[in-house]
Write a protein that binds this ligand. Sequence first.
Ligand code: GDP
Length: 319
Amino acid sequence: MLTVLSGGTGTPKLLQGLALLVGQENLSIIVNTGEDLEISGLYVSPDIDTVMYTLAGVVNEETWYGIRGDTFEEHERIKREGKPELLRIGDRDRAVKQHRTMLLKRGTPLSAVTRELCRDFNVLANVMPMSDDRVTTRVYTEAGPMTFHEFWVARRAQDRVKSVLFEGAESARAAPGVLEAIEKSEAIIIGPSNPVTSIGPIVAIREIRSALEKVRVKVIAVSPIVGGSPVSGPAGALMQGLGYEVSPVGVAQYYRDFVSGLVIDNRDEKLAPKIEELGLEVFLTDLLLPDLPSRVKLARSVLAFAGVKTNGPTLRKSG
Ligand code: GDP
């Protein structure tokens, strides 16, 4: 059994590889909900949906958001009415979000709702929100405080970042199953996600952070930063704003309290000694993940680095 901490773009690529190698039923995935928001009366949980759609094999891999081949009639209709939506929500995707919103309104916790939605999509992995309590990532910039989506989607990360707060994290409890998964796993993997706004909210929950600090198994992170910049998204601007170097060294500094090893790209080899000085083991490989073979290869390396045995070279079919 493996536990993976995930956001909604980089880590899902690694999840595809891990699911093929070990089988979805052996994966517990703790997903960031700091970017959850309401759009047109719907409760939108972008990272949970991307993880779920990825494991169901229906994710739109051009955007790592929504369902492949979806239509956007309702989104366009709402736009024509003069109330444009901050995120592009497809019609099938909207139906999933409507179902979630209805269940939440009935009082079902987000973790149980997520289980039900995953069951509908035949996802066998144990996909869990980090918490059933609401945690909201707030980016404080020179232009004022804003949510992650205002910062990134509406304003394209143009504002200089001063600090990032995870509102509600202080009192938030880990969702049911999260701590157990961490305690029982053969290894913990922090995928190549934005350290500040995807992994940051998860580890801001005290129970989760201290569970990660306590485990005896390896906690392996994969760098989302390759050759001095993120592969995609605003991780660079956020890390820089918080005073971290935009490099795998900065990633290592951010994670050093609870991570035992960092996977970095071959082209960052010269940085390995600096990361080792921080007390982390380093594994070098190719971290650009444009296709399934590259994702399976990374998954294999991560498992080897974490000391997890797989059943030889035969790939297991994912759920
Ligand atoms: P978000 O919820 O959409 O912000 O998703 P994540 O935090 O999971 O993903 C964003 C991060 O994934 C960015 O920091 C990217 O640099 C990283 N990422 C995306 N694709 C790749 C890839 O192919 N390789 C690596 N190493 N990182 C990637």
